[in-house]
Design a protein around this ligand. Sequence first.
Ligand code: HAM
Length: 426
Amino acid sequence: MTKQIQAVRGMNDCLPNDSGIWQWVENTIRQVVAGYGYQELRTPVVESTDLFKRSIGEVTDIVEKEMYTFADRNGDSLTLRPENTACCVRAGNEHGLLYNQQQRIWYMGPMFRHERPQKGRYRQFHQFGIETFGIEGPDIDAEVIMLSARLWKVFGIAEHVTLELNSLGSNQARANYRDALVGYLLERKECLDEDSLRRLESNPLRVLDSKNPQVQEAIKDAPSLMDYLDDESKHHFEGLCSKLESLGIKYTINPRLVRGLDYYNRTVFEWVTDSLGAQGTLCAGGRYDGLVEQLGGKSTPAVGFAMGIERLVLMLQTLELTSQVPKPVDVYVTALGESTELYAMTLSEELRDISSTLRIQTHCGGGNMKKQMKRADKSGAPVVVLLGENEMQQQTATVKFMGGDKAQQTIPKSELTNIINEYFEH
Ligand code: HAM
């Protein structure tokens, strides 16, 4: 037998049984962002490699080891986007959307990182994100966080996530802190692993991110970034904290939160959960006031976040919070006996003409009552329309309500929509 070709490792199919929850999640997110007046920005999944090197940073896990980079046929180095913030800034600069303007945008789509696949971590994954441009004060940081908090409320997971917050301050503050941290780490060099020693040279703040228990022990008493914040950043951070408190959004300050991408300054945050196992970060983001300029635009403040859709879907499934996912079929129309097929098809079409929202599946492929009812059952439809030769001759339909005590009834076909709509309204 010919060998079957499998999907690429870490890249998943979204099968029909799962696409319902994905569509529901995506539609709900669209409604939430619309409620804040955000607009969608769609960018290509492939960009110049330099875009990510210059934004995420040369010495980050993503750029050093996780990018899907390849030479185009004309020799240009291209990369499948590992994240979308840089792409939004690139597009914003290119189309003149940023300078001296305010923008609130959102996106949703696939990202690619060559990480070791495990539950909640994939090589093609999907992010929903928002990015805001042109607003400097902490009011917009609070709005961005508030929008994410609303998502958790809408999806019913608010009590399963917690907000961690930190400020990275200005470039100067970070440079001062870096010196102090390097001094501290040099005294404990023997406790650092190979990765941390490398980061000590190239990107010392990332040592704080180490998951190695021995390194964590060594950095336990490391100086805190909070003590090095410049006055303006401190003021900005206090402004954000007091707004979150007034809005009733709980947070904990985590001075070790530094994020794995280089473009951040001031506010950084992560929504974390215990419900996902090792991959506990559901959503992460922060402020990146220098990035627009760094990518060739005019200086523009910016703040945003991205959330992993696979992780949200996993959480909803684990916590069994999927009851609002619409069923794929509302009404299953059977065709029993000879020559009823056309009657079933036209009646189904008439139903669709009247109601654009009902999901109607018409039985195809014949078979006896038992077989057709089995199919109807499998479809999960709460309403089954039974059409036999009698019904066809008398232009009627028999309606059966599954899983309740409502009696089956035979009615003129003109009344069918009313009866079905009435049933779904209650
Ligand atoms: P990030 O922390 O790299 O940030 O990713 C954000 C979220 O994407 C993570 O919290 C996680 O839920 C999801 N995610 C990341 N990698 C994977 C993966 N391999 N498999 C499944 N899910 C994953 C960013 O990407 C920034 N662009 C966020 C941002 C937007 N900052 C400002 N604006």
